[in-house]
Write a protein that binds this ligand. Sequence first.
Ligand SMILES: C[S@@+](CC[C@H](N)C(=O)[O-])C[C@H]1O[C@@H](n2cnc3c(N)ncnc32)[C@H](O)[C@@H]1O
Length: 162
Amino acid sequence: MADLRDPLPFPDAAFDDVVASLVLHYLEDWGPTLAELRRVLKPGGRLIASLDHPFVAYTISDPRPDYFATTDYTIDWGVGGRSTPMRFWRRPLHAMVDAFTTAGFRLTGVHEPQPVPAARELFPEEFDDLATRTCFIFFVVEVPRAAIGPGGCSENDPGRAG
Ligand SMILES: C[S@@+](CC[C@H](N)C(=O)[O-])C[C@H]1O[C@@H](n2cnc3c(N)ncnc32)[C@H](O)[C@@H]1O
């Protein structure tokens, strides 16, 4: 298993897509991780990331934290009869978007998923509640085909410095 805070053991432009499912919110600093994910994606490749929706992360804590700050919080997670403290990092929506674009990605989709209609039959008690409040947020971001480096230079530009 790789630690996403470290360099990834893959060559440049190795993958068409990367899926980061419910993992980025465990990381304080997205910069090095997003730079690595961008490096291993081909031009036109997509990073598809699901996260705790920031509205949830900022409303479950009492006292309510500063929405505009990036701060950590800990939840005791019950697994196999044991409780384990899980440390999360919450950040405002603009900080998420800024992190993707600063890493050289282009934002192509933001989704706030709701339960599929068929879930009403399986979960009649919970459905209306789940269908009317935020839970997760999905981002689809893409490496531009004429890739723009994190410094803003086109990697296809023969006159590029460096
Ligand atoms: C909520 S689970 C999500 C698991 C799975 N991706 C899914 O969607 O069902 C969070 C996962 O993030 C992983 N994780 C947390 N911090 C990590 C890190 N620094 N590097 C790699 N994985 C990490 C944990 O090991 C765990 O598997």
